[in-house]
Design a protein around this ligand. Structure first.
Ligand code: CU
Length: 256
């Protein structure tokens, strides 16, 4: 259940509509397509809401979440400069098409827009075999874009997990339990915040809403997985044990 679920909402195209430009009263004309301050704020909140809804939907955490409604509101709130990408990303996600290049391209554009316009925090994390670099022991609470760079030879990802208050097990103990627990009991221990992944030599980025509490980052990619590996279930080379057994797991605390 804690599989490498792509949380990536992406889409493609960059049509540069400018229907928000008239609302802009400050800033250079070149920025006008990015939207007014109010519309940017609504877009940024929309990205946070969409990620939360997508995670809840993807892991069946909350059947009452109206994912389509949340996505539609985000599209509606998006400035013209990024709207078509948001639309493509959310549509692809809703269609279960998160593996497609269209989704990847569009969501990359969306995260880049968020990084450049929302004023959120940023955390640069580098992956190698088999560890993360760049995750401090404590991180300030709030939305943050994790810029994830893969400097290794294997595929890596970073899954961000918040440990529920009152849960005292170590990340290693929790992971062991989580793989055994029925899916609907996972939320009694942790909240899955999302993930981003990167091929060797490439990078990925994702927006996370970091709330105060214990957290850990983990990579569960099977040892030996490269872009040339046979797909899961085919061939005999990977999968080896997940990367976290070699130490690709790191605890951190988010502080208010
Ligand atoms: Cu890894």
């Amino acid at each position: 259940m804690l599989a490498a679920a792509a949380l990536v909402l992406a889409s493609c195209g960059d049509d540069g509509d400018t229907d928000e430009a008239s609302a802009v009263t400050t800033g250079p004309p070149a920025d006008s397509a990015a939207g007014s301050e109010a519309s940017i704020a609504a877009y940024c909140q929309g990205h946070l809401d969409a990620n939360a809804a997508a995670t809840a939907a993807e892991f069946d955490l909350d059947p009452t979440v109206d994912v389509d409604g949340v996505f539609a509101e985000w599209v509606e709130a998006s400035p013209a400069a990024i709207r078509s990408d948001v639309e493509t990303a959310t549509s692809a996600f809703a269609a279960g098409d998160v593996e497609s290049p269209e989704f990847g391209q569009a969501y990359d554009a969306v995260v880049t827009f968020t990084r450049e316009n929302c004023g959120f925090g940023e955390l640069a994390v580098t992956a190698t075999e088999y560890s993360f670099a760049g995750i401090p022991e404590t991180i300030e609470a709030g939305p943050a874009v994790v810029a994830f760079e893969n400097d290794g030879n294997e595929i890596h990802h970073i899954i961000m997990i918040q440990v529920n208050d009152g849960v005292t097990e170590s990340p290693e103990e929790l992971l062991e339990e989580l793989f055994e627990l029925p899916e609907d009991e996972v939320p009694t221990k942790v909240s899955l915040l999302g993930e981003t992944f990167a091929l060797p030599g490439e990078d990925g980025a994702e927006l996370f809403d970091l709330q105060p509490g214990r957290h850990f980052a983990v990579c569960v990619i099977p040892t030996g997985t490269t872009p040339d590996s046979p797909p899961p279930g085919e061939g005999t080379d990977p999968p080896g044990p997940p990367h976290f057994v070699h130490g690709m797991i790191q605890e951190f605390t988010v502080e208010a």
